[in-house]
Design a protein around this ligand. Structure first.
Ligand code: SAM
Length: 341
C-alpha cells in the first residue's frame, strides 16, 4: 500500500468511522462535518459562498445539473452521505469477490466539486484494488474534484476524468467497469437526471455491472382530512406513523429501466401507470414516499434525507373520478406527474 500524504490520511481515517453500519447519528454528523472542513478548505468551496458562477444550476436537455455550491452541500445531507458511503464500500467488496484479482473499476457519474465517493472511499483501499473514472458536466465542479485528487495524493486511484454530459457520453473502454456509481437524483426522481444517465450508461457497460444505488421506489399514499386534523406537517416527523391508504409502489426505477431499455422504439415515456383511487373519504391529501435502496440492506427511507423528502399534495375539489394516472417523461423537465380520470 502506498504511503498516504497527510490530508489523505486525515480524510481516510475520518471516513473509516462511517463504515460502521451502527454508527450513532450524532457521531456520523460530527465525522461528516469534519470531512467537510477538510474538503472545503482544500477545494476552497464550502457550498455557502464563493464565485457567482458556483451558484447557478445548469439546465440540460435531460434534467437539471445542480450548481457547484449545491453539489458541495450534498455532503452535508448526513444520512445520505453515510448510507451511500457504506453502500459503495460494500459494493466494492462484493465486486472484489465476483472479480477476484482484478482492480475494481468504478465509473462515478456526477462527482461534484468534492468527488466525496472517491476522496472518502479510495483511502480505504490500495490503488491496486480500486480505480475510479469521473464524469461531470459542470467544469467548475470537475476542476475542484481533480484538484482534490492531486492535493490528497490520490492520483494513482484516478483512471480518467471526463468533462461530459453523462446522459449522452460514450464511455471509452466501457466494458471494463465493474461498478457504476451515481447520486444524481432528487426526491421522487424529480429534476436531476439519474434516469437518463442510467439509460445512457447501462447499455454500454458489462451486463454484470453493479449499480449503486440499486433502486429507487416511489409509493403513493392517500390521507383523509380526519387523519391529518392539524395539517400535513406531522407527516415529516420521522417517529409518526399514520398509515393512510397506500396504493402501493407507483414507480420502481429498476423495473422501469429494464422495461424501457428493452423497448425497440423508445418513445420518451419512461414510465406510466394507472391505479384505482381509494374511497372518496380518503381523497384529501396525496403523498409520494421515496425510498432509495443504496445497496443490500442499506436504505434511505422517506424524510431521512433531502433525496427522500416527502412530497404531499392537497387534493381539494377533485372532479368525479375513478383512477389516478402517473407518467414520467424523459426530457428537460423530469418529474413523476399525476392526474385523475
Ligand atoms: C447531487 S450532486 C452529487 C455530488 C457528489 N457526487 C455527492 O454525492 O456529494 C450531482 C452531481 O452530478 C452532476 N451532474 C448532473 N447532471 C449531470 C450530467 N448529465 N452529466 C454529468 N454530471 C452531471 C452535477 O453537476 C452534480 O455535480
Amino acid at each position: 500500500m502506498k504511503t498516504a500524504s497527510k490530508p489523505t490520511k486525515a480524510i481516510g481515517e475520518l471516513a473509516a468511522y462511517l463504515i460502521d453500519p451502527n454508527i450513532e447519528s450524532d457521531h456520523e454528523v460530527n465525522i461528516i462535518d469534519r470531512i467537510h472542513e477538510v474538503l472545503s478548505e482544500l477545494a476552497t468551496v464550502s457550498g455557502f459562498d464563493g464565485e457567482e458562477g458556483w451558484q447557478h444550476d445548469m439546465q440540460t436537455s435531460s434534467g437539471m445539473a445542480i450548481s457547484v455550491n449545491e453539489a458541495a452541500r450534498c455532503l452535508l445531507d448526513y444520512r445520505r452521505t453515510g448510507q451511500f458511503f457504506r453502500g459503495l464500500h460494500a459494493a466494492i467488496w462484493e465486486a472484489k469477490r465476483l472479480f477476484p484479482g482484478e482492480p475494481i473499476k468504478v465509473l462515478y457519474a456526477g462527482c461534484g466539486p468534492y468527488a466525496p465517493f472517491l476522496t472518502m472511499i479510495a483511502p480505504q483501499f490500495s490503488p491496486g484494488e480500486v480505480l475510479f473514472s469521473l464524469i461531470e458536466i459542470n467544469g467548475g465542479s470537475l476542476e475542484k474534484a481533480e484538484m482534490l485528487v492531486e492535493e490528497f495524493g490520490l492520483q494513482d486511484y484516478l483512471l480518467d476524468s471526463f468533462l461530459a454530459d453523462a446522459t449522452l457520453f460514450q464511455v471509452p473502454n466501457a466494458k471494463s467497469y465493474h461498478i457504476l456509481f451515481t447520486e444524481t437524483m432528487d426526491t421522487a426522481l424529480e429534476r436531476e437526471p439519474m434516469v437518463p444517465i442510467l439509460l445512457n450508461l447501462l447499455p454500454q457497460l458489462r451486463s454484470e455491472v453493479l449499480v449503486v444505488p440499486r433502486n429507487v421506489t416511489v409509493e403513493g399514499v392517500f390521507f383523509s382530512q380526519e387523519q391529518l386534523p392539524n395539517g400535513i406537517d406531522i407527516l415529516w416527523e420521522l417517529t409518526t406513523n399514520i398509515p393512510g391508504h397506500s396504493i402501493g409502489i407507483v414507480m420502481d426505477m429498476a423495473e422501469a429501466l429494464e422495461t424501457y431499455l428493452d423497448l425497440e422504439e423508445k418513445d420518451g415515456i419512461f414510465h406510466e401507470l394507472q391505479c384505482e383511487l381509494p374511497a372518496p373519504a380518503f381523497r384529501d391529501f396525496f403523498a409520494l414516499y421515496t425510498t432509495v435502496e443504496v445497496w443490500e440492506g442499506i436504505f434511505l427511507y422517506k424524510n431521512e434525507s433531502d433525496i427522500t423528502d416527502l412530497r404531499v399534495r392537497n387534493l381539494k375539489d377533485l372532479p368525479p373520478c375513478d383512477y389516478i394516472n402517473f407518467e414520467y417523461l424523459l426530457g428537460e423537465d423530469l418529474e413523476l406527474m399525476f392526474g385523475v380520470s
